[in-house]
Write a protein that binds this ligand. Structure first.
Ligand SMILES: Nc1ncnc2c1ncn2[C@@H]1O[C@H](COP(=O)(O)OP(=O)(O)OP(=O)(O)O)[C@@H](O)[C@H]1O
Ligand code: SF4
Ligand SMILES: [Mg+2]
Length: 339
């Protein structure tokens, strides 16, 4: 595979479990007169494989708790996988030492949902932006660091003369611009953005989104963009990954996914978007019990709510198969031609 066609980031068969039953003593319980050890586990990610291609904006969607942030944090090395691997530019990075991971820490940056929590209130904006530049370029002369900070502040629409101010002096939208500047200051290649606009006023969401799109074009960035807002995906995403209960249901180019959603969960998700045009499928109301990642269902994780589920669905886990239009879908009914 050439460097051009090789995915920038590869997630292979990722699993992430969290123990939620405390330490050893917390786990001991009396059952039928016997002392037994019981461990409760959240199965947050259950075998997700995903490639992020260079230059794309891959959007990850799915309802609250489906594991979007866990994927993001694991890719960034903030969490270690329970199983599976993460590779960057063809090199495995999930098992590197603190020293070995350092070059990747510059290339891979993360933008969080809450710009109030992600900026240090005791540092001026200039200090906030200089810190990562100095960390990754310890030999850079002070003038070069200053120039870089000036350049990124300008590019995100924050007046560089405001560098002496503190983050509390800025609005939510401006703070998120500063967080973006902080990520851009170290010339990254790959940005993971976890709901970067959902904490902002609706009126400024589009501005911040446009800023991110401009930065992508001018700096050749690749995005893994997490959102629950499908209208954002439609305008921003190159491809979309739809998750449900820690698994990948469908992955497709954005236009294809919106025109012909294949997975029953994607169909239900898209049918919920209000549309002005007629001829759109009616809103699909999902029935059935919502499973939790603590009691993961057997077979397809969606079978309890799926209108097309059959006996095979409650037994066998569907694998991702190519749909022929550039997408992939994990559904027995699609594979069998039932839908
Ligand atoms: N540190 C943790 N300890 C225990 N459980 C966790 C932890 N982090 C996440 N989880 C659980 O893992 C599952 C996936 O969580 P995650 O935050 O990745 O979902 P999400 O898709 O980002 O949701 P949201 O849209 O609400 O941000 C949830 O059930 C969550 O409660
Ligand atoms: S595999 Fe079965 S339960 Fe799962 S989405 Fe497809 S039809 Fe529905
Ligand atoms: Mg999240």
């Amino acid at each position: 595979m050439s460097a051009q066609t090789e995915p920038l980031v590869q997630i292979k068969d990722l699993h992430k479990r969290f123990s939620i039953s405390g330490d050893f003593l917390d786990q001991l319980k009396f059952r039928g007169g016997k002392l037994v050890r019981e461990r409760e586990v959240v199965h947050a990610i259950n075998g997700v494989s995903l490639d992020v291609q260079r230059g794309e904006a891959l959007c990850v969607v799915g309802e609250s708790g489906c594991g979007k942030s866990t994927v993001a944090r694991t890719v960034m090395g903030l969490l270690s996988p329970s199983a599976g691997t993460i590779s960057y530019g063809g090199e495995r990075i999930d098992n590197l030492s603190d020293r070995q991971i350092l070059p990747y820490r510059r290339k891979m940056q993360m933008i969080f949902q809450n710009p109030y929590a992600s900026l240090n209130p005791r540092m001026t904006i200039a200090q906030t932006l200089e810190e990562p530049v100095r960390f990754h370029n310890p030999k850079a002369p002070a003038s070069e660091v200053r120039d870089k900070v000036h350049e990124v502040m300008q590019s995100v629409g924050i007046d560089p003369t405001w560098g002496k101010r503190f983050s509390h002096e800025f609005s939510g939208g401006q703070r998120q611009r500063i967080s973006i500047a902080r990520a851009l200051a170290v010339d990254p290649e790959f940005i993971v953005a976890d709901e970067p606009i959902s904490a902002l006023d609706v009126s400024i969401q589009a501005q911040v989104l446009n800023l991110m799109m401009d930065a992508q074009a001018s700096r050749n960035l690749t995005y893994l963009f997490i959102t629950h807002d499908l209208s954002v995906v439609e305008h921003f995403g190159t491809r979309v990954a739809v998750m449900y209960l820690g698994t990948l249901c469908e992955l497709a180019p954005t236009k294809t996914l919106f025109a012909t959603p294949r997975h029953p969960y994607t169909q239900a998700l898209l049918s919920a978007i209000p549309r002005l045009e007629t001829g759109r499928p009616a809103h699909i109301r999902l029935q059935g019990e919502v499973s939790t990642p603590v009691n993961l269902p057997t077979g397809c994780v969606f079978h309890g709510r799926c209108p097309h589920a059959n006996e095979r669905c409650s037994r066998d886990i569907p694998r991702l198969i190519a749909t022929g239009d550039g997408g992939q879908v994990a559904c027995h009914a699609v594979e069998e031609g039932r839908i």
